[in-house]
Design a protein around this ligand. Structure first.
Ligand code: PLP
Length: 427
């Protein structure tokens, strides 16, 4: 099946007992054992089955199978948020003393995790500008366990050459992890460009209606964890917390995603609720339709802004003058998702940053908040909200200038979006 159909059907056919057509919400914490032996076999991973919803749940399982298939992966692990997905994706292969290399153009929460939280736990993150391939090569050392990037950076809107980064990573025997939240599989399937592990915040386009927080890790199953055995001891050496299982031996190509489930998720517990999995599955059904409209509206808004005399600059990859115009054709199917960023010209009295604040305050339909990917249009000023903790230099390396306004363009009628923006610019 193609993506639109997978989004509706994959991973579920009418449930055996009730013939329910919609995916049932299995709102249960635990699952009964037939007898003591059955319980023991489940705990030994000898028979498949459910034990406890912190580790697995049948509603969540449909979401995991469906999105893994849509991304071209072999398996997925849904968790409580995009942030926990990123944390687990890295903790699964990194321990104190290790490091990763990341593009510096990142979502603000990821930036804080990488710059402030991981280093205190002994995992260092080296930040490199996404287009500086030589710096990527030069930064990798024998303790580097992964390269990380966002396929389309939030909020910078830069498109990353996933092909190139995966080549650099693979040459050094390490995987490429791609946060595909902004692009979604409808614009880009990073595994086709050599990525090994995909992350999503399900909170954004996939859920699509701003109702539920969630995240997922998807494993391509292609990375060879055994070829560089000594680099990945957590996958290749016996795990005493799981009666000495060696994940690469027990789970083969699913070693990584299996360990993500039975170690970071089982032991630190950022599980997604079955109700959220259900809500996100409903959102996923219309992802393709929504992405078409998000992209179409965003492109029209970007063109309107570019021609407006009060606008200093516009960043949107389909614009002819965008440095990412060509990559947009190659990597994201000529579409650039729903995030448009721009700056307003300042004057003698008002700086561009202040003008941005006034613009946000004047909006009438577009909501002032810090989410993206909702069906509704949303606006924010990252330098005073999501990226507030960053200093001037960090802001620049994250691709966030002080005057940057981010609009997550929704699926409303474009005329209403443009007229709200127009009156706010006048204000
Ligand atoms: C929102 C976001 C995240 C974090 O996801 P949550 O679900 O809010 O934890 C990670 N990456 C990107 C690109 C995001 O936009």
């Amino acid at each position: 099946m193609k993506l639109e159909s997978l989004a509706l059907h994959h991973g579920y056919s009418s449930e055996q007992t009730t013939k329910a057509a919609a995916v049932p919400i299995y709102q249960t914490t635990s699952y009964t054992f037939d007898n003591t032996q059955h319980g023991a076999d489940l705990f030994d991973l000898k028979v498949p089955g459910n034990i406890y919803t912190r580790i697995m749940n049948p509603t969540t399982d449909v979401l995991e199978q469906r999105l893994a298939e849509m991304e071209g992966g072999i398996a997925g692990l849904a968790v409580a948020s995009g942030m926990s997905a990123i944390t687990y994706a890295i903790q699964c292969i990194c321990q104190a003393g290790d490091n990763i290399i990341s593009t510096s153009q990142l979502y603000g929460g990821t930036y804080n995790l990488f710059v402030h939280t991981f280093p205190r736990q002994g995992i260092n993150v080296k930040m490199v500008s996404a287009n500086d391939f030589d710096a990527f090569e030069a930064s990798i050392d024998d303790k580097t366990k992964a390269v990380f990037c966002e396929s389309i950076g939030n909020p910078a809107g830069n498109i990353v050459d996933i092909n190139k980064l995966s080549e650099i990573a693979h040459k050094q025997g390490i995987p490429l992890i791609v946060d595909n939240t902004v692009a979604t599989p409808f614009l880009c399937k990073p595994i086709d460009f050599g990525a090994d592990i995909i992350i999503h915040s399900l909170t954004k386009y996939i859920g699509g209606h701003g109702t539920s927080i969630g995240g997922i890790i998807i494993d391509s199953g292609k990375f060879d964890w055994i070829a560089n055995k000594e680099k990945f001891p957590m996958l290749n050496e016996p795990d005493p917390s799981y009666h000495d299982v060696v994940y690469t031996e027990a789970l083969g190509e699913a070693a990584y995603i299996g360990r993500c489930r039975v170690v970071p998720l089982r032991n630190t517990g950022a599980a997604i609720s079955p109700m959220n999995s259900f809500q996100i599955l409903i959102g996923l059904e219309t992802l393709g339709l929504r992405m078409e409209r998000h992209c179409e509206n965003a492109e029209k808004l970007a063109e309107f802004l570019q021609n407006h005399k009060k606008v200093a600059w516009v960043n949107y990859a389909t614009l002819k003058n965008s440095p990412y115009h060509e990559r947009c054709q190659k990597i994201t199917r000529g579409k650039a998702s729903g995030i448009v960023s721009f700056g307003i010209k300042g004057n003698d009295q008002v700086s561009g940053k202040e003008a941005g604040g006034k613009f946000i305050d004047a909006l009438q339909m577009i909501l002032r908040l810090v989410n993206i990917g909702d069906a509704k249009s949303l606006a924010c000023h990252p330098a005073s909200t999501t990226h507030r903790q960053l200093n001037e230099k960090e802001l620049i390396s994250a691709g966030v200038s002080a005057d940057l306004i981010r609009i997550s363009v929704g699926i409303e009628n474009i005329d209403d979006i443009i007229s709200d923006v127009e009156q706010a610019l006048e204000a």
